[in-house]
Ligand binder design. Structure first.
Ligand code: PMP
Length: 370
């Protein structure tokens, strides 16, 4: 039985062309993208910068924004949270006790970096009330549990807080939905390339240049300085390089450029077959669909633990995610507890959905439940 991969929200099926671009980099270029003195190094640096432009096109960012590469969305959010705190090192924007608001719907990656570093973080269940007086508001753009597009809330926050720093965790949105970063009024959007067909190892921030100028690097060392004195005093490079310490995952960046272009061409992909799958699933006795949006279905099977559901499906060669989905505060708040998540990509078909539906028909019987 062929594999049906339905865990695209964890990492999307890779674009062949993106994987090829990564391989080609190592076969044909394999140079460090420094402000190089030889041709291949210059070529690599040029391509890294071309990739920044490809990512900017995905969110309609103009030249007031830049792209900072990190290894993934998690590191990108850590870079902002750490970089924003005013310090005597000349970096930062807000005091460590400033009010920071994140939303209960967020993935742990947009909660823990703030909790760890700031002293006054609200994990909000009621944004309209809680954002009052906030200096920073960082929200999830699309929930990795329900697939719901929640990005409009940041536009409302911008109307209320014209001076605050506002950002989105776009891990499930960038490369999947149309985004107009200016219309959203945000200062940054974090993304992970592997969530939209690029190789693992590269993600980052699309960020206002004026804000990036003030951020503290997360990683100090090679590549982020123009010069260092004999006493070790750095003269920092400009952004974006200042925020990208060490050698970049250049092969992955070659792949990301291709994946970003393909994602842009597929933003209108029709996922309506997924809602048909969700409907079929809920006709099944004992299957409870908790949420179905776009390419996501979150569900539970009555009497069967989500991990057992995932294991049963794995035996049928269907790969899904189960558990707390790194969104434990949200699943607790909803009173759902652990769930199973099927997440589709443009490489899936209605046939894949039918395989899921028919396997779920068997599960309760197989577990001895009537
Ligand atoms: N935010 C959201 C909404 C996510 O779904 C994920 C991945 N599950 C992340 C952040 C973290 O992404 P990564 O592991 O690539 O850093």
């Amino acid at each position: 039985m062929r594999e049906v991969y339905l865990d695209n929200a964890a990492t999307m099926i890779k674009s062949e062309a993106a994987v090829q671009a990564e391989t080609d980099f190592y076969h044909e270029v394999n140079a460090n993208p420094l402000r190089g003195l030889y041709k291949k190094s210059v070529q690599a640096k040029t391509e890294v910068d071309a990739c920044r432009e490809a990512v900017k096109r995905l969110v309609l960012a103009d030249d007031s924004y830049t792209v900072i590469f990190t290894k993934n969305a998690t590191e990108a959010l850590n870079l902002v949270a750490n970089g924003l705190i005013l310090g005597d090192d000349g970096f930062g924007v807000v005091e460590q006790d400033a009010k920071v608001v994140v939303d209960i719907e967020s993935h742990h990656s947009n909660i823990l970096p703030w909790m760890q570093r700031f002293k006054n973080v609200v994990v909000s269940k009621d944004l309209a009330q809680d954002i009052t007086g906030a200096s920073v508001v960082s929200l999830v753009a699309v929930s990795n549990v329900t697939g719901e597009d929640l990005s409009g809330r940041i536009r409302e926050a911008r109307m209320r807080l014209p001076e605050a720093i506002l950002g989105l965790d776009g891990a499930q949105m960038v490369g999947h939905s149309k985004i107009d970063i200016k219309a959203l009024g945000v200062d940054y959007i974090a993304f992970s390339g592997h969530k939209f067909g690029a190789p693992m190892g590269v993600g980052g921030l699309v960020i206002k240049k004026t804000l990036a100028e003030k951020l503290r690097p997360l990683c100090f060392g090679g590549g982020i300085v123009d010069s260092v004195s004999e006493a070790g005093e750095p003269n920092f490079a400009n952004i974006p390089e200042r925020l990208e310490g060490g050698t970049l995952p250049t092969g992955a960046i070659y792949g990301l450029k291709v994946a970003a272009k393909e994602a842009l061409e597929n933003l209108d992909f029709d996922f309506s077959f997924v809602s048909d799958v969700a409907q079929e699933m809920s006709k099944n006795t004992g299957v409870k669909v908790l949420a179905a949006n776009d390419s996501f279905i979150a569900f539970q099977v009555e009497g069967v633990h989500p991990h057992d559901v995932a294991q049963f499906l794995a035996e049928e060669n269907i790969s899904v995610r189960a558990g707390w989905l790194c969104a434990e505060p949200f699943l607790r708040f909803k009173g759902w507890g652990p769930v199973v998540r099927a997440s589709f990509s443009r490489y899936n078909t209605a046939d894949d959905g039918e395989r899921l539906v028919s396997s779920l028909k068997k599960i309760r019987g197989a577990m001895g439940i009537k």
